[in-house]
Structure formats: structure tokens, C-alpha cells
Design a protein around this ligand. Structure first.
Ligand SMILES: Nc1ncnc2c1ncn2[C@@H]1O[C@H](COP(=O)(O)OP(=O)(O)OP(=O)(O)O)[C@@H](O)[C@H]1O
Ligand SMILES: [Mg+2]
Length: 320
């Protein structure tokens, strides 16, 4: 759906975006991550035909964007990080206005279907100026949806939203994906993107430093696995076994599994964390050793590194 080659944008001497090769397949969600000034907005504005690249090419839905910007425009929706709405209209009037502007079906049913999709049906009669930030954000998305774009570009849509509104936004993006819409969404809030983006790109100083699925990036950059072991009762026995294992490094006892008072009868669990220099397929052998040594294993699993950990490891935090 999106293909860029060597995408570059300079502002005077500043290299805002340098040589970005981006590939986002149709019907997927791409998460665009980077610190302030990384070049996310600049890239999105070029994809939205609002800014001409200094060099490089952009193809959207098979169309060369630089040669046919008008043809591409009708297929994309762009929500900037600072968009405005018309506060003196009611929510439904606002959408009706845009249906008219885009010359698409402005029937009551259609407008209500869109309001329903973004969960604003109950605010249909309210003035736009009276809506909360999260609702305005959803109305902004609704405005893009009136002409059924195939690609939507959302610049930091989760900014300023409360946790519930973020979940609602995430669900909406997933629903759009299910309808075949391709979504590119930028954020600083990394953990938010990890569980619903199909691929992510990490940008720094105008360059895309990593690009791929979260798992792929993790596999590429991982030095070793992190393991978590939970056992019933004290950690001692497990610790003894693990200390004798060459593949286990940096063993830490996160919880010793000892009751606070001798009179406590509730079960107590110990937790151990460690690095593991072997592969995933070596884990059953280690698990078997623990069990055979009589360690009462409650849980034994590799720790999933989240996007935040990954970002911190990859990024130096350098900004323009
Ligand atoms: N119109 C412009 N003129 C001059 N410099 C610009 C312009 N737009 C952006 N820049 C510069 O380009 C660099 C990248 O900015 P951009 O807005 O793309 O970053 P961003 O990743 O979106 O950051 P943020 O997370 O803060 O939104 C910055 O150094 C910025 O100052
Ligand atoms: Mg930005």
C-alpha cells in the first residue's frame, strides 16, 4: 500500500528525513515511533501530499504520488497532530458538511453509521466545541472516514487521551484494519503500539533505524533470552540448580518465597529472573532438570520484551 524509496526531506541545512525506505502492506497497521524531532510528522506530511520530498519516491496503492498527487489524495485520510474542527456545528452536522464537501452520500443513515463506528452516536446532537478531547479525536477520524479512504495517516492520535479512550482508539483502528484499511499511526507511547501494530518502524534523526514486525526486531536485536521462573516456597533449591547451569547468567532472586511471619500459612511463591544464552528450543531441557531436581515449578517462561524496552535499547534518544 505504501512504498517509499530513498525518501528525503531537507529544511535548509537540516536533514529532517533521510533515505527512508518504507513498505506497509495493504490492510495492516504500521506504528511509527521516534522521539521529538525524529521526522515522523515530516514523513507523514509527505505521504499526505502536503509536503514535497527533496528526493526519493512514494508509491501509494500502486500510484506514483509525486506524479499523480490528486489521484492519491482521494484515497488517503490524514489527521494531523493539531487538527481543528468547526466548534459551532453539531457532531452530525459536522459530518454532513464534510460529506457535502467531498460529494459523497450525506444521508442520515450513513452519518449515523459513521458516528456509530467511532462511538459518538450519543453525542450526535452536541456542539463540536462541547466535546471532550477524546471525542474530538474520534470525530476527526470520522471526518476522514466519510470518503472511505484506503489509507489513513494518524499523527499521534493518542496524545492527551485517557486510558479508556486509548483502548477505544485502538479498537477503532483494529476495526478499520478488519475492513481492509491500511493505517499508519505515530506515537511516542511505545507500549501502546506493540499489541496491535503489524509492523513498527523506529525513527531517529530522520533515519529509520529499524523496521519490521515487533517479533522480528526483537529476534534481530536480542542478545539473549530473559527467563522468569516461579516456584512454590523458597527460592533456594531452584537457585542451586540454576547456578550449576552454564547457559544461565545474571541470576536474580526477585522474590525469595519466604513467609513474612512463621505463623503465615498461605502459600508463598518465589520468583527468579535470569538471562539464558541458549535458544528457545533449549528451554525444555532446563525445565526438565528443574523438575527432576524436585523444584516445584509454578511458571517457567521467556519474558516478552515490550516495545518500550526495545526502543530504549535501540535508540540513543538523539534528536534534531
Ligand atoms: N517546516 C519546517 N521548516 C523547518 N524545519 C522543520 C519544518 N518541519 C519540521 N522541521 C524540522 O524537522 C525535524 C523533524 O521534525 P518532525 O516534526 O518531522 O518531527 P517529529 O518526529 O514529528 O517530532 P514530534 O515527536 O515532536 O512530533 C525537526 O528538527 C524540525 O524542527
Ligand atoms: Mg510530530
Amino acid at each position: 500500500m505504501i512504498k517509499t524509496k530513498g525518501l528525503t526531506r531537507k529544511f535548509a541545512k537540516l536533514n529532517a528525513v533521510t533515505n527512508v525506505d518504507l513498505y506497509v502492506p495493504r490492510g495492516t497497521i504500521f506504528g511509527f515511533i521516534g522521539p521529538n524531532g525524529a521526522g515522523k510528522t515530516t514523513t507523514m506530511r509527505m505521504l499526505a501530499t502536503l509536503l514535497r520530498p527533496t528526493s526519493g519516491s512514494i508509491e501509494i496503492d500502486g500510484v506514483n504520488l509525486l506524479e499523480n498527487p490528486v489521484e492519491v489524495r482521494g484515497r488517503i485520510g490524514y489527521l494531523s497532530d493539531t487538527f481543528g474542527l468547526y466548534d459551532e456545528l453539531k457532531a452530525w452536522e459536522y459530518l454532513q458538511y464534510f460529506c457535502g464537501a467531498y460529494n459523497v452520500d450525506a444521508s442520515r443513515d450513513r452519518i449515523h453509521a459513521i458516528l456509530d463506528l467511532v462511538q459518538l452516536t450519543h453525542k450526535s446532537e452536541d456542539f463540536v466545541g462541547k466535546l471532550s478531547r477524546g471525542m474530538r479525536q474520534r470525530l476527526g477520524i470520522a471526518r476522514m472516514l466519510v470518503y472511505d479512504p484506503k489509507l489513513i495517516l494518524l499523527d499521534e492520535p493518542a496524545n492527551g487521551l485517557d486510558p479508556m479512550a486509548r483502548i477505544a482508539l485502538r479498537d477503532l483502528l483494529k476495526q478499520l484494519r478488519a475492513r481492509g484499511v491500511t493505517v499508519l499511526v505515530s506515537s511516542h507511547i511505545l507500549t501502546e503500539l506493540s499489541d496491535f501494530c503489524d509492523t513498527v518502524g523506529i525513527m531517529e534523526l530522520g533515519r529509520m533505524i529499524t523496521h519490521g514486525s515487533v517479533e522480528e526486531i526483537l529476534a534481530r536485536t536480542r542478545t539473549h533470552l530473559r527467563l522468569i521462573l516461579e516456584v512454590l516456597g523458597p527460592a533456594e533449591k531452584a537457585k542451586e540448580v540454576l547456578q550449576g547451569e552454564a547457559q544461565v547468567i545474571n541470576l536474580e532472586v526477585a522474590a525469595p518465597g519466604v513467609p513474612a511471619a512463621a505463623s503465615d500459612t498461605a502459600p508463598v511463591f518465589a520468583k527468579l529472573e535470569m538471562g539464558f544464552t541458549g535458544n528457545r528450543q533449549d528451554l525444555p531441557v532446563l525445565h526438565k532438570k528443574l523438575v527432576e531436581a524436585g523444584v516445584p515449578v509454578v511458571a517457567f517462561f521467556p519474558k516478552a520484551e515490550n516495545l518500550e524496552d526495545l526502543f530504549m535499547r535501540l535508540s540513543t534518544g538523539a534528536t534534531n
